[in-house]
Ligand binder design. Sequence first.
Ligand code: CP
Ligand code: NVA
Length: 304
Amino acid sequence: MNDLLEMPALSPQQTTDLLQLAQTIKQRPTAWSTYLQGKSIALLFEKPSLRTRASFAAGIHRLGGHSIYLDAQNLIGEREPATDVGANLALWHDAIVARVYSQHTLSDLATASDKPVVNALSDTCHPCQALADLLTLQEQLGDLSQVHLTYIGDGNNVCQALMAGAARTGMHMQVVTPEGYAPDAVLTAAAQQQAEQTGGSITVLHDLTKLQSTDAIYTDTWFSMGQSRDNNAVMHDFAPYQVNSDLMKRLGAKYFMHCLPAYRGREVTAEVIDSPQSLVLKQAENRLHAQNAILVKLFEGAHA
Ligand code: CP
Ligand code: NVA
């Protein structure tokens, strides 16, 4: 593994190995406490972040490494191309963790840098989130190939990463979005093809009455960072797709999931997200362990 730019870049075996490693690191964190000794990692963020930024900083520290945070809102683009940013950062740092708008910015950073680049969320994909979510589901429900997950809401970066993750682990995932907000058709087809090989399934639909029973319901904000959408239209289109206790009951869902930040009263009611069924803090906690597994894999060569 040289970079982690998108979830589909991982094979099913790599995905399973990362989950296994994350679980091992979570159980025995001190075993890796000098793994990144002497290494420095740049956290380059074009968008705000609480969980990703704080969990990477803490996780890198736990691995014995050092991180610096760079607010990239005005760094990439007009001031300097992403390729120049990547080439320069690679002179002083051993890896770049980047949260960006365009997926192209990540590939430009990776092309110009001879050090690993990790996607900390782009408009297309959120692989660190998906790995933490798979880890959380595995902890709660065991064998992922037996898990039925429902994603409801916007077919965005989080949804697309989860579809790819579900496809790689043989999960059964139904995605339901309002018309016009489905995940990318090419990414969906690729996930469906991958799922056929792992014995999983990915279904995308719009009709809420067609939903089948599920182990967990996952949703995300209706307003992702950087999107310019008509607020009134979004509120109108998404209103029927709110996760509330009626939907949880109707689908027999044991768990509720959300990547956070969440907007109570919009995509989910407070009653559901603040209930014992909610896994949101377990997901957030697992960000650190999943990301440390990614970092350990990326630097495996240096330890061979
Ligand atoms: N879930 C997630 O990525 O949170 P942040 O935007 O706070 O990093
Ligand atoms: N879909 C959201 C996820 C935030 C972690 C966004 O892109 O803003």
